[in-house]
Design a protein around this ligand. Structure first.
Ligand SMILES: Cc1ncc(COP(=O)(O)O)c(C=O)c1O
Length: 353
């Protein structure tokens, strides 16, 4: 690319995901200056600091740094099941829908899918799926919940519903895993501390690489015994990292500096949804936008057409179905960008030609 090309390349407004954010100069500086050591030997002070801080925020005994949310979730599944067991999970949950069949491939478990309303199910949904002990049935072992729920459109679990599901799980002798890739968003949106949600689950995954804007990293938290078991499976899955403090420093920076600002992403998402609600060719209820994910149903055109047209005008979104696209606000998106994105949608979604 020549200087001339660069000058003519307008900045792209990337709303595909909150994972597309780039580390800020201050974050890069924190990463460059991190104290590091071999974390498989337990000698990386920055990883330890991140794990301690995360455990404290989640009110858990320990946390374990992970390369990705997928690995954190799948280690949680592996550490709390045996091959042949059954995991009870909402049908569109990330662990089941977007993790490449990992529960079957890596843990040898089956997923029994529960019906969700924007990702949320009830204790009755859970109880209806439970079967009595019998040699014919897989053993139900683990319930997974996702807060906020990605395919539910960044939807929130009402705390009372989550409590009731946790109680039903406990009454049935099941463990519970919380996929809290965006738990930070849930807490900022509701004012309910992360540890209040986390207290309901045996294991919790949180991600630093989504809305918080770190380049890499997640953590899996639980009791000391659980984390010891998880550490073994992390190694088995290939997730033991060496001088990982360089990554952990970015995550720590994100944790301390980018959590409160998630409220801006939520306000931007709401503004986008409210603007979209006035446009032809779009069906959206802004009241459903509770955090930073905006699901947009297209009434006139295919998702692929609209994605293509938007891209041509410098706005990137993701198709999540034949007639749905997703826009996710994030650290790199300003309120002015929302205005530009709305103008692009007005051109892209309304008319066929
Ligand atoms: C709810 C949820 N869980 C887990 C993940 C997986 O995280 P990663 O992409 O770091 O593997 C994602 C990724 O978007 C997610 O949205």
């Amino acid at each position: 690319m020549t200087h001339h090309d660069q000058a003519n390349t307008a900045r792209c407004i990337d709303l595909r995901s909150d994972t597309v954010t780039l580390p800020t100069p201050a974050m890069r500086q924190a990463m460059a200056q991190a104290d590091v050591g071999d974390d498989v030997f337990g000698e990386d002070p920055t990883v330890r600091r991140l794990e301690e801080r995360t455990a404290e925020l989640l009110g858990k005994e320990q946390a374990l740094f992970m390369p990705s949310g997928t690995m954190a979730n799948q280690v949680a599944v592996r550490a709390q099941t045996e091959p042949g067991d059954e995991v009870l999970i909402e049908a569109e949950a990330h662990i089941h829908y977007y993790e490449a069949g990992a529960p079957a491939a890596l843990s040898g478990v089956t997923c029994r899918c529960l019906p969700g309303r924007r990702g949320v199910f009830t204790p009755d949904d859970l109880r209806a799926a439970l079967r009595p002990p019998d040699q014919h049935f897989p053993r139900p072992r683990l319930v997974c919940v996702e807060n906020t729920h990605n395919r539910g459109g960044g939807s929130l679990w009402p705390l009372e519903t989550l409590k009731a599901v946790a109680e039903a799980a406990r009454a049935a002798g099941l463990r519970m895993h919380l996929d809290g890739a965006r738990l930070w968003n849930a807490s900022v949106a509701t004012g309910v501390p992360e540890r209040t949600y986390a207290a309901l689950a045996d294991s919790v995954n949180v991600c630093f690489s989504k809305g918080l804007g770190a380049p890499v990293g997640s953590a899996l938290a639980g009791t000391r015994d659980f984390v010891a078991r998880a550490r073994r499976f992390r190694k088995q899955f290939g997730g033991g990292m060496r001088q990982a403090g360089i990554l952990a420093a970015g995550a720590l920076y994100a944790l301390e500096h980018h959590r409160a600002r998630l409220a801006d992403d939520h306000a931007n998402a709401r503004a986008l949804a409210e603007g979209l609600a006035n446009l032809p060719g779009i069906d959206i209820d802004p009241a459903h936008v509770q955090t930073n994910i905006v699901l947009i149903r297209l009434t006139r055109l295919a998702a692929s057409t609209v994605v293509h047209r938007l891209e041509a005008s410098g706005v990137r979104v993701l198709a999540t179905g034949p007639q749905t696209v997703r826009a996710v606000t994030n650290l790199n998106v300003t309120r002015a960008d929302i205005g530009s994105a709305l103008a692009a949608f007005a051109n892209a979604a309304g008319s066929p030609g």
